[in-house]
Design a protein around this ligand. Sequence first.
Ligand code: FMN
Length: 338
Amino acid sequence: MRLGPFEVDHPFVLAPMAGITHSPFRQLMREMGSSVVVSELVSANGLHFASEKTLELMKFTEAERKIGLQIFGEDQTNLAAASKMVEKLGADFVDLNLGCPVPKVVRKGGGSALCRDLPKLAGILNAMVQSVSIPVTIKIRTGWDHTSINALDVVRVAADAGVSWVAIHGRTRAQGYSGQADWDLIGDVKAKSPIPILGNGDLTTPELAVRRLRETGVDGVLIGRAALRNPFIFRQAEALWKGQSIAPPRKEDYRKFFVRQRALLEGGFELRKATLHAKKFLAWYSAGFPNCHEYRKGIFETQDPEQLWNDANTFFFEKSGEREWDFLQQPFLMGGHG
Ligand SMILES: Cc1cc2nc3c(=O)[nH]c(=O)nc-3n(C[C@H](O)[C@H](O)[C@H](O)COP(=O)(O)O)c2cc1C
């Protein structure tokens, strides 16, 4: 099937998450079935003088393709220059963050604030599209607040500029991460959009991902936080979408998955940092398993990576028992950059 400019196996895509969807995790999620991946947001301002840390955020491996690098900013010249840099780095597409609700970003006019000024946005999107030959995509919210829902207007501006798809997180900027993503609105925008739409927000299970996709007719869906509790979600959603049945992952699946994640983290980061990342992921994966609170306490007290992964084996293989899948509906990580 096609997802905008790309040929993909299915429409389920890992949502960008700052501090989480780094190169090792993106590669892991590509292997676990995410059909494309996007980096976390990187500031377009002064990108040509970028620090080592920023350049690090923009690194990716061939195994991640199709990979988009996400930028944010408010200045047309900087955003066009940053798009060129993304192209030069070899990314498959450049994604503009127009959904970030964080005060530090919106105060300057970037992130979700840019969608409040459509003429300015039109100028920026035109400049970005004209400055590169790779596709330009955007990720937005439904509007600034409930009195100014303008996702469809933004989509029309984007379509006129030649943007390849619009991903919509179904909340307003004012909502932050509270309330529910508005999938009726996403469906409505999709029905009127001349370009592909990816829906996003609160897809907690593979069943829900497939249902939302079918009900709204969107071209694809982004799955963020749910992939941190259930990293098997892309393969499961793909299977359901293809009419196959799915079973919960087996202990053997977790074992293989942990071996791979450890290798990728330790290959991508120095050991201390890899271990810090591993702790966060293991804590998220343990949600809903019996005794997960006790296990998490142990994770953050452990300093030795060997012990960390051994404890994970013990927990997930010997003590885990049945997972309460209902638990996955409970909200978590209620803050982020999109
Ligand atoms: C910790 C965290 C960091 C995020 N960072 C980004 C980001 O860098 N760029 C972006 O466009 N969205 C970012 N988001 C928003 C997600 O991509 C997504 O829109 C949001 O989490 C809703 O989807 P979900 O319910 O499937 O998680 C972030 C979300 C979280 C929780």
